[in-house]
Each structure stands twice: as structure tokens, then as C-alpha cells.
Design a protein around this ligand. Structure first.
Ligand SMILES: NC(=O)C1=CN([C@@H]2O[C@H](COP(=O)(O)OP(=O)(O)OC[C@H]3O[C@@H](n4cnc5c(N)ncnc54)[C@H](OP(=O)(O)O)[C@@H]3O)[C@@H](O)[C@H]2O)C=CC1
Ligand SMILES: O=C([O-])CC(=O)C(=O)O
Length: 432
């Protein structure tokens, strides 16, 4: 059995690379000032649940060895033939972990389909006071799923604790835009969340943490986050536009009558909003330019573009809630595109910091562009894509929207007073 230091606020498996004899445990991590980690069981008899469990345990003597359930079992992985070739533990932080997208994503992460069957992971789940109880439920479901690669689960409400040593941060939690709410108000409320989380990542995450911002408006949230994390390379921050790319591939496949694995080189340019530009000029079907395969230019310019831009809203009308499962799949795709080499000749779309971009896009915003990866978690921009007037005109509109969003959050990026002059038709894909 691994020795357990209950006087330490951190678990023995916390540092990375973790010893392979790492303890599998479920922690409950609460607000600063940091407290001793509480190891508790979600089904422990006579133990209070939720925040009370932490309080009760905190009052307990430091030597009290409370530990229940499967996450407290100590495994000597070296002794297990199957795990001899496993890599070091990877710490993955997820915010909005009790939300709908996370409810799909966490199980994919734990199954091994994202990082691979030889990659043990620790999940560090960020919620809030309002979601802590639900977060415990999520942790219980993870517990009951018996994933061999899931070595550690922590839940908490303080990003400075939950993001400690995170090597990936999947930032999903954000307030949804309610009826009658101005987009500027949404930018401000969510911007504050991402400013705080950027600061927390800057303070406690791995220096090379890769950050994928999902919570909307994700491009500008990503910009706010990176501006508040000056010690982390700006290049490491992404805004999720992979769902838009997947939606575009699906529409092109439908129109051409092919399966969607025949569609490649699809770029989403710009903002994850209704100004996004799905690029059919450079996209390919069966290795041939889309325009050679789909001769209906009017459809490409009008219907295809609009369908992709508004897909999220149509789905909400039908389903009554926003895309959650397909968003989780697209987060998986986005991560896999960074940890696996991009197939020869192809690329993927992701919203990245524009500094030094070769396309003439305004500097200092987060803009979706075509990228490639060697599979090391990093990426490079694809430089040789064609541009025409149709594409460029629309790219400039999305750029203008992002520049307006940026002016609106200047108070959160350290660039002075905010001035909000957002274009009237600015909308998220999920809005109609
Ligand atoms: N980029 C993309 O392609 C897509 C982005 N999205 C965006 O992802 C985000 C999450 O979506 P989804 O999981 O479906 O949403 P849910 O409503 O299911 O969950 C969102 C989570 O956000 C958290 N949250 C943070 N701050 C607030 C707040 N002020 N008020 C209310 N909730 C808050 C809540 O968790 P807690 O209480 O724990 O903080 C909640 O669990 C949304 O912003 C959505 O617009 C959705 C689809 C596609
Ligand atoms: O607007 C939303 O919350 C949903 C969204 O981003 C999408 O479906 O692309």
C-alpha cells in the first residue's frame, strides 16, 4: 500500500509524473484558503453529503484515515501486467463539469478514447456552490463506471485549487445568454469568469497547460483568459470551433452524397458565431476541390454557409436545448487533433491567438484558422490556403465582430475602459 500523508493538502498522486503506484482517490476540494484535502466517500454511511462532508471532515483529527470506495483502493500498477507500459498520469481540469456537455465529455476522457489506451488520467472537476451536489453525482457515476485509466477524481469550486498542475484545461462552464439579455452583458458576466480562471491557470497550472475554451462567446472568452495568464504561452489557448467544422463536413457530405470521412481540408474562419465562415473554396471531397464536386455555387454561398452558421439554433428549436453530445465529440476531436499527427495534406480548425498570422487577420484576437499538429500538443498555422473575394469579405466581417467584442471587454484584458459597439446582428450559433 502507498503511504498516505493526511497532513498534506495534496494527494500522493497529485504531482506529475505520478508514481505508478499512485492512489486512486476522490477528493473534495473547496475554496481558498487551502485546506487539507478531504478524502470522503460519496456513499459512506453516516457521513454528511455535499459541502457539509468537507466541513465535518475538516473538524476531524488530522490523523483520521477516512477513505471509502473504489477511488481509495491502492493499486500497485507495476505489478499489473497490463499497465506496465502505461504513461505518466495526465491532469485534466474541466470547468462546468456538472453541465450537459461535460456529462458526455468526462466519460469519453475516462474511457481512453481521447488520450489513448495507455494514458492514465486524473480528472479535476470545477463546479460552483450551486452545482457542488450535482458534481458529487457526476463523480459517483465516474466511480461506478470502473474505468481502469481513471486514477483520480477531484471536485471543487475554487479554480486556484482545481487547476493545480493541470496539463489540460477544458473550460466549459459559462452562463447561458437568457431571454432579453444583451450580448454585452453576456460578454461581461462570462468574461469575468474567464478572467478569474485565466489568473488561476497562470498561478497554479502546468506552465505548458493547453486550454480549450468552450463556454460562449468562446473566442473572446479565450482572449480574456490568455490575457490574464501572461506566464502561459498565448499559443496554448484555443477557442472551440471544431463543432462548426464537423457541422460543415456533414453538410458537404450530404450535398455530395458521400460519407463524411471523404470530406477534408475544411476550415472555419473567424468567430464561433453567426459570422463564422465555413470555407468551401479550400475544402475537398475525395481529395478534389469541393467546387469541382458540388457545382451548385449558389447553394455553397448561401444555403451551406447559413446552415452551418445557424445549425446550433435550429438544433435548439428541435431539441429544446443546445448541442451537448456533438459538442463533447468535437472537444474530443479537437484534443485528438493536437495529440496525434495531422494526416498528410489535411488540417483542422481551431480558434487561436492571431499574433504573427500569415493571412493579414488583425493581430491580438482569437480567430479560427486552419492548423496542423505533429501530435505533440502544439500546432502550426497552415500558410498556403487560397483566398478569394467571397471568402475575404466574410472573414473581414467576422474579424470586425471580434474586434468589437474585444473593445467591449477591454476592462477584463487590461486594456483600459471598455466601449461596446457590437454589430446588431451579432449572435451565437445557438441563437436565432
Ligand atoms: N464552442 C462551442 O462550439 C459550443 C459552446 N457551447 C457553450 O458551452 C457552454 C456550456 O454549455 P452546456 O454544458 O450545454 O451548459 P449547461 O447549462 O449544461 O452547463 C453550463 C455550466 O456553466 C456553469 N456556469 C458558470 N457560470 C454560470 C452562471 N453565471 N450561471 C449559470 N451557469 C453558470 C454552470 O456550472 P457551475 O454552476 O458549476 O458553474 C453550468 O453547469 C455554454 O456557454 C454554451 O454556450 C455550447 C455548444 C457549442
Ligand atoms: O449558442 C450556444 O450555446 C450553442 C452553440 O454555441 C452551438 O450550438 O454552436
Amino acid at each position: 500500500m502507498a503511504a498516505i500523508d493526511l497532513s498534506s493538502p495534496y494527494s500522493p498522486a497529485r504531482s506529475s509524473p505520478a508514481p505508478l503506484s499512485a492512489r486512486r482517490s476522490l477528493h473534495l476540494l473547496l475554496r481558498r484558503p487551502r485546506r487539507p484535502t478531504v478524502r470522503c466517500s460519496l456513499d459512506a454511511p453516516k457521513q454528511p453529503q455535499g459541502p457539509l462532508a468537507a466541513v465535518a471532515a475538516e473538524e476531524a483529527p488530522a490523523t483520521r484515515k477516512e477513505c471509502y470506495g473504489v477511488f481509495c483502493t491502492t493499486y500497485d500498477l507495476k505489478a499489473d501486467e497490463k499497465t506496465k507500459s502505461w504513461k505518466s498520469l495526465v491532469n485534466i481540469a474541466v470547468s462546468g463539469a456538472a453541465g450537459m456537455i461535460s456529462n458526455h465529455l468526462l466519460f469519453k476522457l475516462a474511457s481512453g478514447e481521447v488520450f489513448g489506451p495507455d494514458q492514465p488520467i486524473a480528472l479535476k472537476l470545477l463546479g460552483s456552490e450551486r452545482s457542488l451536489q450535482a458534481l458529487e453525482g457526476v463523480a459517483m457515476e465516474l466511480e461506478d463506471s470502473l474505468y481502469p485509466l481513471l486514477r483520480e477524481v477531484s471536485i471543487g469550486i475554487d479554480p486556484y485549487v482545481v487547476f493545480e498542475d493541470a496539463e489540460w484545461a477544458l473550460l466549459i462552464g459559462a452562463k447561458p445568454r437568457g431571454p432579453g439579455m444583451e450580448r454585452s452583458a453576456l460578454l461581461d458576466i462570462n468574461g469575468q469568469i474567464f478572467a478569474e480562471q485565466g489568473k488561476a491557470l497562470n498561478a497554479v497550472a502546468s506552465r505548458n497547460v493547453k486550454v480549450i475554451v468552450v463556454g460562449n462567446p468562446c473566442n473572446t472568452n479565450a482572449l480574456i483568459c490568455l490575457k490574464n495568464a501572461p506566464n502561459i504561452p498565448a499559443k496554448n489557448f484555443h477557442a472551440l470551433t471544431r463543432l462548426d467544422e464537423n457541422r460543415a463536413k456533414c453538410q458537404l457530405a450530404l450535398k455530395a452524397g458521400v460519407f463524411y470521412d471523404k470530406v477534408s481540408n475544411v476550415t472555419i474562419w473567424g468567430n464561433h458565431s453567426t459570422t463564422q465562415v465555413p470555407d468551401f473554396l479550400n475544402a475537398k471531397i475525395n481529395g478534389r476541390p469541393v467546387k469541382e464536386v458540388i457545382k451548385d455555387t449558389k447553394w455553397l454561398e448561401e444555403e451551406f454557409t447559413k446552415t452551418v452558421q445557424k445549425r446550433g439554433g435550429v438544433l435548439i428549436e428541435k431539441w429544446g436545448r443546445s448541442s451537448a453530445a456533438s459538442t463533447a465529440v468535437s472537444i474530443v476531436d479537437a484534443i485528438r487533433s493536437l495529440v496525434n499527427p495531422t494526416p498528410e495534406g489535411d488540417w483542422f480548425s481551431t480558434g487561436v491567438y492571431t499574433t504573427g498570422n500569415p493571412y493579414g487577420i488583425a493581430e491580438d484576437i482569437v480567430f479560427s484558422m486552419p492548423c496542423r499538429s505533429k501530435g505533440d500538443g502544439d500546432y502550426e498555422l497552415v500558410k498556403d490556403v487560397a483566398m478569394d473575394d467571397f471568402l475575404w469579405e466574410r472573414i473581414k466581417k467576422s474579424e470586425a465582430e471580434l474586434l468589437a467584442e474585444k473593445r467591449c471587454v477591454a476592462h477584463l484584458t487590461g486594456e483600459g475602459n471598455a466601449f461596446c459597439d457590437l454589430p446588431g446582428d451579432t449572435m451565437l450559433p445557438g441563437e436565432m
